[in-house]
Design a protein around this ligand. Structure first.
Ligand code: FES
Length: 161
């Protein structure tokens, strides 16, 4: 029965019943990322305790079903992990946990990974912390001439807010 669809059952389950949707009030870190591929946006908010453990993570997205499934899976994967462990989670691992995504939808998982990095970057900036996995991460990197918003953390998240 799965032959009729591009998506496997696990992806469909996470798309239909996503976990951790929403926005944390007074988050310790907030990241907004726009995919340079499709222009879809994702916002991640995080709570971090004194041991650098992510106690809560929520997402909101103007993204497709794969973005919803990816971010739902990604938030589940990183809750309870330390910041450094969360930074080590790659979009490939997210796709693996989902049992695969169609090739044209891989960038949707990248959106989730980058939005998480943006939120952690925001947290690190606010608390004067540095982490392995954030070196070389430039939230304001522009991938093209469009400037802010696409291909960078954009929004108020990683900036001066
Ligand atoms: Fe834009 Fe999936 S097509 S996030």
């Amino acid at each position: 029965m799965a032959e009729n669809t591009l998506y496997n059952e696990k992806v469909m389950e996470y798309f239909m019943n996503p976990k951790n949707v929403g926005e944390i009030e007074n988050p310790d870190g907030k990241g907004v990322y726009g995919s340079p591929v499709c222009g879809d946006m994702m916002m991640i908010t995080i709570k971090v305790d004194e041991n650098d453990v992510l106690t809560d993570v929520k997402f909101k997205t103007f993204g497709c079903g794969s973005a919803i499934a990816s971010s739902s899976m990604a938030t589940e994967m990183i809750i309870g992990k330390t910041v450094e462990e969360a930074l080590a989670v790659t979009n490939k691992q997210i796709v693996e946990e989902l049992g695969g995504l169609p090739a044209v939808k891989i960038h949707c998982s990248v959106l989730a990974e980058h939005a998480i990095k943006c939120a952690i970057y925001d947290y690190a900036q606010k608390n004067g912390k540095t982490y392995k996995g954030l070196e070389g991460f430039d939230p304001n990197a522009d991938d093209d001439d469009e400037g802010e918003g696409e291909g960078s953390c954009g929004g108020p998240a990683c900036g001066t807010n």
